[in-house]
Design a protein around this ligand. Structure first.
Ligand SMILES: [Zn+2]
Length: 313
């Protein structure tokens, strides 16, 4: 950390597994409670947990190394499983929320893909289902690989596939309640946690125009500001900030929004107010110690090759 000349690391998660995990299990390996607590103990041993207030009042954290923890996607799992652990461990976290999904109003397309894969893994398609898929979509090689490649722009197709396989998304939202409700968000703010925007509907920003990127960002952040009376504005990019131009950051800077990416330990040019975070979930479970040490080593290599600063148009 001394060599990196950094005072803060920014690890982020989505989900901590308690029982069977029906929305993320085919997308990446979420940690279970024991693994997550082990991560927290590693962080706490070497870093101090800081809140959004500490982060903004820069003088507070100069004395020691710190970590600023975040959770993306606004899942109710944070309320049910993560929050009690964080309270016990005295660790702060911010939740980055997709505002269209609050109160279980809609489901992120990647979670629909997870439901489709889950269905395929449990039971072979019946002849009727195969015919229905063929009639609705045409001939496709319908397997895990195909499903995993589907994008935000394929949402209509994904919805059709769900219907063909009798996966009822509205029922799922109503029964499984994967997302935080407004009431739960109010309670977690009362308990000292914080919220930021994560776009309205979780698109890939590289595929959007600048106008749409700004709309997704500002509307999500303003909704949270208005609904939960928060004064400081935070935002994390859905997927990544790949290809997001410096014009975008000029606008968010004007509006006093602090943004967060997902590129690991990496720097931005000084005019850009964007902080890169460290993903903590992969296809294999790695401990926080392995991930953080790996990121630091990678950062030194990038610095040697002069690739540690993100270049933007
Ligand atoms: Zn996300």
């Amino acid at each position: 950390m001394k060599l990196s000349r950094k005072r803060i690391i920014y690890p982020f998660y989505h989900f901590v597994k308690e029982n069977d995990d029906v929305i993320t299990k085919h997308l990446y390996k979420a940690k279970n409670k024991e693994e997550f607590i082990r991560d927290l103990h590693f962080f706490k041993k070497h870093f101090k947990s800081i809140s959004q207030k500490d982060l903004l009042s820069k003088e507070n954290y100069k004395k020691q190394f710190n970590f600023f923890l975040s959770f993306d996607d606004g899942l109710s799992n944070f309320y049910d499983v993560v929050m009690p652990i964080l309270i016990k461990e005295k660790v702060f976290a911010i939740n980055f929320i997709n505002t269209n999904f609050i109160d279980n109003k809609a489901l992120f397309f990647r979670y629909k893909i997870n439901l489709l894969i889950e269905r395929l893994s449990k039971k072979q398609l019946t002849k009727e289902e195969k015919n229905l898929v063929k009639k609705e979509i045409g001939s496709i090689v319908f397997n895990y690989g195909y499903l995993k490649e589907l994008k935000y722009v394929d949402t209509i197709l994904i919805d059709k596939l769900c219907r063909c396989l009798s996966i009822n998304i509205s029922n799922f939202l109503e029964i499984d309640t994967p997302y935080l409700t407004k009431q739960q968000i109010k309670i977690l703010i009362e308990k000292g946690f914080y919220v930021g925007g994560h776009s309205k509907s979780h698109p890939y920003y590289l595929e959007l125009s600048l106008k749409d990127q700004l709309e997704e960002t500002l509307e999500s952040v303003n909704f949270l500001k208005k609904t939960f009376n928060i004064d400081k504005l935070f935002f994390s990019f859905p997927f990544s900030d790949n290809g997001v131009s410096s014009d975008f950051f000029k606008e968010t800077k004007k509006k006093n929004i602090l943004t967060f990416g997902t590129a690991g330990i990496k720097d931005e040019v000084t005019e850009i107010n964007n902080i890169q975070r460290i993903p903590m979930e992969y296809n294999t479970v790695y401990t926080a110690e392995t991930i953080v040490k790996g990121e630091l080593i990678l950062y030194f290599i990038k610095r040697l090759l002069d690739k540690h600063i993100i270049k933007r148009k």
